[in-house]
Each structure stands twice: as structure tokens, then as C-alpha cells.
Design a protein around this ligand. Structure first.
Ligand code: ATP
Ligand code: MG
Length: 559
């Protein structure tokens, strides 16, 4: 599945390790999400890097759930993570949990205590934080730093046995309170939390921190290259320090950092995404406006497009924000190839062809036109589309008083109804409010198929739906969930930039074939864009993307 990808610094590092035989040529990575939310487009980038890199070097990648924080983690999230990775097209070699190593981590912590490399600190969190100092400000050693090994061991065991309430003590590594790297100023290894863990139940009331759990879990599993995001850059010396103290079962893994994927008009903070869900700002984690894989999937984003975007956008050590239009461009490219074409009218206006013939029974005649399902892919075949004397057209395809350069339908103007006939508008009916409710037209029977035998040209081709054959659809039209390109840039709070009008739901009329669209199938509504059939609700569609490639225009502007 993986295509040859441009070289990047991660691959260069692995290649060098392989040449030097560092891990005996072995490559093993892991994707380590915390099961406290649903995966989003940023995770897709990490997944592509973790799984893609391993696969490329003939190695393996495990899924490890980093479940060290019992208060925020749930099985629901684990299940969704497993399913979403599969949906994206990757297959973990094994499903593992950091909580599987709680016993080993505890033993190793006792080992460090026993060697005078860790101590129990009774200070409150504020004191610990204040004593850490800051950039250019020295740290202060805790009053508890010089406890004896015996006292530390005793207190640590009693912490584990549940003798102390939450927050009253922590276990800290004894490294260097003056270290220029703050991460090495006696970092916390364990905190007391009398909470039920979704896997280990009530077995533990002390839980390891990310830093204490992560590198050790990597080592236990045999990870060679532990790829993470740039904010862990300054934690690498700590990652290495812990591993260097311990009797590891194998080689010491190497941590490699890359820049997070950020996109314009979206946020990827799970905490804030959870807030949108809990506030009811969106319908759920799988709302089509959400940047979650669930949301993008419901919106109609093909997994292949997300994969291609993530691997081609490049992996660097420089933070930047990619244009959402670039991602949309990958989506459009994929859908142009795969999506069948249909006709649907989202703001229906009645068009009556006054000279349309009736059949022997006095009913309006029905004609069928054979239409290609996807001109880009002849294998998709054709379908029959019904046409008759009463049609739906888009309201904005008609103007009673056409403005300059308006070439669509108006009184006296001839246009093409796609694939059917040329028609000319003749008059309108209005309701009491003065709004046009029906446009009357006449058609030219000699133009069957949409072309005039005398070669006369029309300036517009419009889509249409036969009223007698139409199926009703509801369509979600989405705008950006955040108005600002960089949400939160102005005020520091991304949620301040929420777009209050990010969704409009309209009722439209569609050709009969739409009644049988499969859940999740994406089709192109001609002239309107790509639309995904909802995964659950029949007759509901979500606008995936429009037809115009704004990314191409953005790149042209940049020159
Ligand atoms: P949050 O801080 O919102 O909880 P996180 O980074 O802690 O997010 P995790 O679920 O712990 O999220 O991350 C799992 C993996 O995905 C980590 O290796 C993390 O670095 C990576 N990841 C998360 N967000 C992004 C992103 N925007 N771009 C690239 N990788 C990401
Ligand atoms: Mg996290």
C-alpha cells in the first residue's frame, strides 16, 4: 500500500542505524495514543509516519494505548481508536497497553529508589512547581530530597499500598535541580490517584507519569524508533536518562521527534474537541464538521485521500500550518476518480414545459436518457434518468431580471437542460409575496440529447430533476468550523473563533437513483460538489467538498 515517499530525516536516521547495525537491522515503531478521545487528522499524520515508516523498512508497528491516566480514559475510546486505524488502512502488529507494564514499572521505580535515584516528596504541587524554577532561574531542592533510602522505600511502598490520600505525595527522580533542561529537574514519576482504571480496576492507586511510562514501555516491547511530536524534544534527555539506569531486556530505543500536523481553520486539541462535543456545539465526535477521523469519514473524506495527504505533506522538524484547501484537494482528486455523478437540486424551483406532450392516457410523457455514471471511469456504466414536463431546477439558475453576465435561464433566454433538451423560459407564476414559484418554458423537440441540429449555441447548461420521479433528500452544507485560519491566534482561545454558522441543512430534490445510495457512499451532485450519504440516516447527505480547487488558486497566488 505504501508508495515510495520522499526522503525525510526520520528515514535517514533509520537508514543510518541500519547501516551501523544499531538494532541488528530491526525496525519497530509504535503508535501510542492516550485513550481519552477520538483520533483526529493530526493522529492520522502520526499513524502514517509510525506505520508507514516501519512498513517501508520491513519492520512492525504496534498500537500501544498510553493508559496511564485513569480519570480520563475509557474503553469507548480504545474501541474507536482500534477501528479508526483500521479504517485508515493500517494494521497494528499487536494491540498493547502501557497498563500491562504497571508491575514492571513499579519494580524499576523501587530499583531507582534503592539506588538513591528517586525520592518521595511530600510537598504540595504548588511548592514543587515553584521550586522547579524556570528558564534562567535556578531550581530549589525540595526539603524532602535528602531522605534516606530506607525512608523513601518505606514511603513509596505505603503510597502503593494506599495509605495516603490523592495529591499528598509524589515519587520524583533525583537528577539535578540546576539542570538547564527543566525536564531533568527531578521530574515526577508517580502520583497518587485513588481512581478506578478501566483495565486494572482498583489494583493501583499510584500511576506513572507519561515520562516514566513511555520509554520503559518502548524498551519492554522492543521498540527501536520511538517517533513522537516536537514538544517532547526537551524530554529526550530524560527518556534516555531513565533507560540508562535500568536493566533493559534489549536495546535502548531511540526517540525521534517531528513537527505536529496543524491545518488552517481547525484545531486538534482533544481537550477542546471534547468541549465542543460536551457543549453540544457539534452533534458528537463524528459530526461531519469535526477534524476527527470519525467526522471526516462521515463527511465523505476517503481514507486513501487522507493517507496520501499525510504522506505527501512531508515530515519535518519545523512547526507550520498547512492549508485545509490542500487536504481538500486530495479529497477532490480521489473522489473525482471514484464518485458517481448524480443530479440533485438543493434550492428547488419548479419549471413547467408548457408544450410537453402527453401520452395516450393524457398523462405527461416520460422520456429516459442514458447518462454515464462517471465520465472519468467508463467501468461505472450508465443509468437511465427520467425526464418529463415538470422539473425542478436550482432557484439561482433563474433570474427574472438577469444581472449583467448572468447567462442562465431568464425570460426569452434559451439554455440546455443537461443531456436532455434546449428550453426557453416564457413566463412566471408568483405567490402572494411576489416570489416566483413556477417558471414556464417551451422546449425544442429537435434538440433531444441537448444539441440543436442547426448548430445554434446556448451559453448555459443546467442540471434538473424530473418532479414526478424525484426523491427528497436532506443535505448538510458545511462551512469552516473556525473562521480564523489559526484559531485562537487573536485571543489565545481557539473557541473564540468558532463559526456560529458552520452548518445549514436544506431539503432538496434528487433523481430517483439517489434513493438507493449505500450508506457512506460519496456521489458528485453535478455542478454542486461531492456529497456523502450519511452512515445511518437514509436520505441525509453531507457536502464533502465543492468542485472548485481552491488549493490550485492559492498556489498560483503564492507564485
Ligand atoms: P492532546 O494533547 O490533544 O491530548 P496528544 O498529542 O497528547 O494530544 P495522543 O493521543 O497522546 O495525543 O497522541 C498520540 C500520538 O499522536 C502521539 O505520538 C502524538 O505525538 C501524535 N499526535 C497527536 N497530535 C498530532 C498532530 N497534530 N500531528 C502529528 N502527530 C500528532
Ligand atoms: Mg496526550
Amino acid at each position: 500500500m505504501t508508495q515510495p515517499v520522499a526522503n525525510d530525516f526520520i528515514r535517514d536516521l533509520i537508514r543510518r542505524d541500519n547501516e551501523q547495525g544499531t538494532y541488528g537491522g530491526r525496525v519497530q515503531t509504535r503508535f501510542p495514543p492516550e485513550p481519552n478521545g477520538y483520533l483526529h487528522i493530526g493522529h492520522a499524520k502520526a499513524i502514517t509516519v509510525d506505520f508507514g515508516t516501519a512498513e517501508e523498512f520491513g519492520g512492525i508497528c504496534n498500537l500501544r494505548l498510553d493508559d496511564t491516566n485513569p480519570d480520563t480514559e475509557e474503553t469507548e475510546y480504545v474501541d474507536s481508536i482500534v477501528a479508526d486505524i483500521e479504517w485508515l488502512g493500517f494494521h497494528p502488529a499487536r494491540l498493547l497497553h502501557a497498563s500491562d507494564y504497571f508491575g514492571q514499572l513499579y519494580e524499576w521505580a523501587e530499583l531507582l529508589v534503592g539506588r538513591g535515584l528517586a525520592y518521595v516528596d511530600d510537598s504540595d504541587p504548588e511548592t514543587i512547581s515553584a521550586e522547579r524554577g524556570g528558564f534562567g532561574r535556578p531550581g530549589t531542592e525540595s526539603a524532602y530530597r535528602s531522605r534516606s533510602i530506607e525512608e523513601n522505600l518505606d514511603l513509596f511502598r505505603r503510597m502503593r499500598a494506599g495509605e495516603f490520600p490523592d495529591g499528598t505525595r509524589v515519587l520524583r527522580a533525583k537528577i539535578d535541580m540546576q539542570h538547564e533542561n527543566m525536564a531533568l529537574r527531578d521530574p515526577v514519576m508517580y502520583r497518587i490517584r485513588h481512581s478506578h482504571h478501566f483495565r486494572t480496576g482498583d489494583d493501583w492507586c499510584i500511576y506513572p507519569t507519561y515520562d516514566w511510562a513511555h520509554g520503559q514501555s518502548d524498551a519492554i516491547e522492543g521498540v527501536t524508533h520511538s517517533i513522537c511530536t516536537l514538544e517532547f524534544d526537551t524530554h529526550r534527555p530524560l527518556y534516555d536518562w531513565y533507560l540508562a539506569q535500568l536493566p533493559l531486556p534489549g536495546d535502548q530505543p531511540r526517540q525521534i521527534e517531528f513537527a505536529r500536523l496543524e491545518l488552517t481553520h481547525i484545531i486538534t486539541s482533544k481537550r477542546r474537541l471534547a468541549k465542543l462535543v460536551n457543549d453540544g456545539t457539534v452533534d458528537g465526535w463524528d459530526d461531519p464538521r469535526m477534524p476527527t477521523l470519525r467526522g471526516l469519514r462521515r463527511r465523505g473524506y476517503p481514507a486513501a485521500a487522507i493517507r496520501a495527504f499525510c504522506s505527501e505533506v512531508g515530515t519535518t522538524r519545523t512547526n507550520s500550518r498547512q492549508s485545509i484547501e490542500a487536504l481538500e484537494s486530495y479529497v477532490r482528486r480521489e473522489l473525482n476518480r471514484t464518485a458517481q455523478r448524480r443530479m440533485a437540486v438543493l434550492a428547488p424551483l419548479r419549471l413547467v414545459i408548457d408544450n410537453w406532450p402527453t401520452d395516450a392516457a393524457g398523462e405527461p410523457l416520460v422520456e429516459y436518457f442514458e447518462v454515464a455514471n462517471n465520465p472519468e471511469n467508463p467501468e461505472d456504466g450508465t443509468r437511465q434518468v427520467a425526464f418529463s414536463g415538470e422539473l425542478w431546477i436550482e432557484a439561482d439558475d433563474f433570474a427574472e431580471v438577469p444581472p449583467p453576465k448572468f447567462f442562465r435561464l431568464s425570460i426569452g433566454r434559451e439554455v440546455r437542460l443537461r443531456g436532455a433538451y434546449l428550453v426557453t423560459a416564457t413566463s412566471v407564476d408568483k405567490d402572494e409575496a411576489g416570489d416566483v414559484v413556477t417558471v414556464h418554458a417551451s422546449y425544442d423537440p429537435a434538440t433531444r440529447g441537448g444539441d440543436a441540429p442547426d448548430g445554434r449555441k446556448v451559453k448555459s447548461t443546467m442540471h434538473w430533476v424530473s418532479a414526478a420521479h424525484a426523491t427528497e433528500i436532506r443535505v448538510g452544507l458545511y462551512e469552516r468550523l473556525f473562521t480564523a485560519e489559526a484559531p485562537g491566534e487573536a485571543t489565545g482561545e481557539p473557541l473564540d473563533d468558532l463559526n456560529p454558522d458552520s452548518r445549514e441543512i436544506v431539503t432538496g430534490k434528487a433523481e430517483a437513483a439517489l434513493a438507493t445510495t449505500a450508506p457512506g457512499q460519496v456521489v458528485q451532485f453535478e455542478r454542486l460538489g461531492y456529497f456523502a450519504a450519511d452512515l445511518d440516516a437514509p436520505g441525509l447527505y453531507h457536502r464533502t467538498v465543492g468542485l472548485r480547487d481552491e488549493w490550485a488558486a492559492i498556489q498560483r497566488r503564492k507564485g
